[in-house]
Design a protein around this ligand. Structure first.
Ligand SMILES: [Zn+2]
Length: 188
């Protein structure tokens, strides 16, 4: 069945892929950096399996030092109903992402997914309300559907995975990134 929203996402993703490929050609990875596989598992992702694949492609396109692939279970993608989406990072590149199905009806599911994976890849929250910043999460409102990391965010991930800092990235659980829509409206 033709799905309008999915078509839009795929069109956006295709455009982003082209843009990212151009960026990679202009700015190749330093010779010293090692590409690290981040193996993600979508066997429990339910309706968000394709969203996870799209989010992984985005991160692959925007970074040089990681390669997300379905090669294992460094990262498990799961979902729930209510309680909020969150990321549980056990160490850099390892952990679990939980997508709140209800929340994904209000916010862009792809933006939620790339944001939560961003935590697994070492990024903290940055609730500055700027839609151009992926880690601003729900602070940018439900109208913000941008699923792409900023150049600064992508560079931070590359830095973490490219150098010794990877071992210093602490285990952390990130919750509350996506406030209820009614709350967001009231804060405006
Ligand atoms: Zn967050």
């Amino acid at each position: 069945m033709r799905h309008p929203k999915l078509s839009r996402i795929l069109a956006t993703l295709a455009a982003a892929t082209l843009a990212a490929l151009g960026a990679v050609a202009v700015n190749p990875a330093p010779a010293s950096a090692a590409v690290r596989n981040v193996c993600y598992n979508i066997s429990q992702a339910g309706p968000f399996a394709n969203t996870a694949v799209q989010a992984a492609a985005i991160w692959n396109n925007y970074t040089n030092n990681i390669n997300m692939a379905q090669c294992g279970s460094n990262l498990r993608i799961t979902y729930t109903y209510g309680g909020g989406s969150y990321a549980q990072r056990t160490s850099l590149g390892n952990g679990r992402v939980v997508i709140d199905y209800n929340q994904a009806q209000q916010y862009s599911a792809l933006r939620i997914m790339t944001h939560e994976i961003g935590h697994i890849l070492g990024l903290p929250d940055n609730y500055n309300g700027n839609c151009a910043i992926l880690m601003s999460g729900g602070s940018a409102g439900t109208s913000c559907t941008n699923p792409y990391p900023s150049s600064t965010e992508a560079a931070r991930v590359d830095s973490l995975f490219g150098f010794a800092a990877r071992s210093a990235t602490p285990a952390q659980v990130f919750t509350g990134s996506w406030p209820a829509a009614s709350t967001v409206g009231a804060q405006r």
